[in-house]
Structures are given as structure tokens and as C-alpha cells.
Write a protein that binds this ligand. Structure first.
Ligand code: SF4
Length: 350
């Protein structure tokens, strides 16, 4: 059954054939805690005959979400600890997050901000809060980059986006505006001329960080949406989450990263899943993650390699956590491993 309208409720999931009536009680319980949404594009991409479909796993609620394991927390990357005014997260001196909206076109079951996003989440900043956020950015000369995230900022109308970009245009020390979004994949038709013109309204350099986790998400329509952005002069990078049952396989990840490069989206971050409540069924161990990421070395071009990233719980920022390939052996010498596992001295002996 093909969904033609957005899926937002348990009834919608049942009607779209993405759950059975036997799941109803569980779905109601999950829906009471965490938002549900799939766009028609994502719903159509799901193979109903595959119980392990990697697209369904990302968006269709699972009873495992009701289990909260030790260490999981409502604010896993410590946004609140670094929020000086509503909507701003200022963790590093040269950049801020601007969370203008807490709505998304899809709700990922592993979302790190799942306690903040959704219709019952933190909402959209009103005019006064937006002005206070712009004032904060204007008052902090070291802010070089503004990262619009959320929620998904590209759910905003072109008019709202243009207002944001025109406000940022007036702040000379802001040079880069970055959008983190899933829209080019989950609702590619939204990437139209009006939206692109709005993104460019600041005259600043604009980056779009595309969130996708499985190569099947990069449909012909998604690729065309990315092409419209890149052709308009907007640089694109990728971000993915390493997810058990979705992309925890070097072959799948290699295909995803190569597909990004083919559509001019530079692979950027591969996140280890954050400690969001009810997401333990998606998390690998860091050892497992390091082995998968190490297997990409030598398998795909350097252009395709993402950095494997852990957001340190508590708001301490990001750390690159790929396996180290070099160790000091003393006297300024090192042992470095090649992609086949061979060990070599640096500098070479003799
Ligand atoms: S699109 Fe991003 S913010 Fe929205 S639910 Fe998915 S991971 Fe969370």
C-alpha cells in the first residue's frame, strides 16, 4: 500500500500497512512519548515484505523504544548546559546552533533530540525569541558560523527562511551559515527555486549538511534535489549515524559514502549514536564501530571517508573516535599500520 499523505499518527501507520493491529497498544504507548512522522516519499521506500527493512527501522516505532538503559538521558549532548538564550546553543567560541524550529518532516527513532522535537516539543521560536537570538549572535564577535538545526530548519517556509537569512546578512562577523536537514531526501520537491533563493538571501557562504543513513535513501528525486542546491552554489556535506540494523556493515556504508560523493555531497560525519532514551537497540559498541569504520579504509577513496564522531555526553563537544593507526615507539619513532593491517616504522629504519 503506497502512502500518499504524510504519516503522523498510529492510525496512519496502520492504514499505510506499516504496522498491524496487533501492534496498536505498543504503538500508542510509544506515540505518547515520542513523535511519529514519515513523509510519503519515505513511506513508499519501505519494503513491507522485509521485516528488517533499513528504512522502516529508522522511522517506524519499535517496542524497544520503551526500554531506557543505564546512561541514556533526555539531553544526551548537553544542549541545555550551553544555551544562553532560547534557541541558541553556544558550545564552541566560533559557532552557535540556532534552533529556530523543533518540527521535522520525519521523526527518526534514534533521534538525539527526541525529547525536544515533535508537535509537543520545544516549538518554533516566536518573533521576540528570534530577535533575542539574533541579538546574541550580533553581540558575540567571535561567532563565525551559524548552524541552523532543530528540528529540521528546511521545514520553514521560504519566507521565514528568507527573514532569517536577511537578519544574519546584517551581522558582518558571521561568514558561514550551515543548515542540517533531511529534507532533500525525505521531501525532495520542497527544494525548489523559492527555497534556494531564500537560502542564498544572506549573501553568506551557505552549507547544507544532508542527513542520510542508507544508500536507498538517495533516490533519483533526492539526487536531483541535491543537484539543484549544489548547482545554485550551495556546498553540501553529509552526516550519518552508525545504526545497528541500518548501516552497520562496511559494504552498506561504502555504498552510501560513494553515493554522497557521486552527487557532490562531501562525506563529513558518521556519528556514534547518542545516549538518547529508548535508543539502545540502535547502538553498537565503540569497538564494533571502530572495526566497521576501519574496514572502509582502503575500500573507498579518501574523498569518501567520513570522520567517526562521538558527541561526549554532558556537552563537552565532539571527539573523533576512529581507531588510531599510529603509535609512538620512542625516540621520535612511530609504528603506523597500513589499510591491510601491515605495520611500518616511521621514519623507516635505514
Ligand atoms: S530529522 Fe534530525 S532532529 Fe529530526 S527527528 Fe531526525 S535526527 Fe531528530
Amino acid at each position: 500500500m503506497n502512502a500518499v499523505k504524510p504519516i503522523k499518527t498510529v492510525d496512519d501507520l496502520l492504514q499505510a500497512g506499516l504496522a498491524t493491529p496487533d501492534d496498536r497498544a505498543m504503538l500508542d504507548e510509544v506515540a505518547a512519548r515520542y513523535a511519529i512522522a514519515l513523509t510519503p516519499v519515505m513511506a513508499r521506500l519501505i519494503d513491507r515484505a522485509d521485516p528488517d527493512d533499513p528504512i522502516a527501522r529508522q522511522f517506524v516505532p519499535d517496542p524497544a523504544e520503551l526500554t531506557v538503559v543505564t546512561g541514556e538521558r533526555a539531553d544526551p549532548i548537553g544542549d541545555h548546559a550551553h544555551s544562553p538564550v532560547e534557541g541558541i546553543v553556544h558550545r564552541y567560541p566560533d559557532r552557535v546552533l540556532l534552533k529556530a524550529v523543533h518540527i521535522c518532516p520525519v521523526y527518526c527513532r534514534f533521534c538525539f533530540r527526541r525529547e525536544m522535537v515533535g508537535p509537543q516539543g520545544l516549538g518554533t521560536l516566536d518573533a521576540a525569541a528570534m530577535q533575542a537570538a539574533f541579538d546574541y549572535i550580533a553581540d558575540h564577535q567571535k561567532i563565525w558560523e551559524v548552524i541552523l538545526t532543530g528540528g529540521d530548519p528546511l521545514v520553514l517556509s521560504p519566507r521565514r527562511l528568507r527573514d532569517i537569512m536577511e537578519a544574519l546578512a546584517a551581522i558582518a562577523h558571521v561568514k558561514i551559515v550551515r543548515f542540517h536537514t533531511r529534507v532533500p531526501v525525505v521531501d525532495p520537491e520542497k527544494i525548489d527555486a523559492a527555497l534556494i533563493a531564500a537560502l542564498k538571501a544572506s549573501g553568506k557562504t551557505v552549507y547544507v549538511a544532508l542527513h542520510a543513513n542508507h544508500p536507498r535513501e538517495l533516490t533519483r528525486e533526492a539526487r536531483a534535489a541535491c543537484a539543484r542546491l549544489v548547482d545554485a552554489g550551495i556546498a553540501m556535506i553529509s552526516q550519518s549515524v552508525l545504526l545497528k540494523g541500518v548501516n552497520d556493515d562496511p559494504d552498506v556504508l561504502a555504498e552510501l559514502m560513494k553515493a554522497f560523493v557521486e552527487i557532490r555531497v562531501k562525506p563529513y560525519y558518521l556519528h556514534h549514536p547518542d545516549l538518547a532514551p529508548g535508543t539502545g537497540h540502535f547502538r553498537l559498541t565503540i569497538d564494533e564501530g571502530q572495526r566497521i569504520v576501519a574496514a572502509l579504509r582502503g575500500r573507498i577513496s579518501g574523498l569518501c571517508q567520513p570522520a567517526y564522531i562521538l558527541d561526549i555526553p554532558g556537552g563537552h563537544g565532539k571527539a573523533v573516535i576512529g581507531e588510531s593507526v599510529i603509535r609512538a615507539t620512542g625516540d621520535g619513532c612511530y609504528s603506523v599500520s597500513d589499510y591491510r593491517g601491515g605495520e611500518h616504522s616511521y621514519p623507516p629504519a635505514g
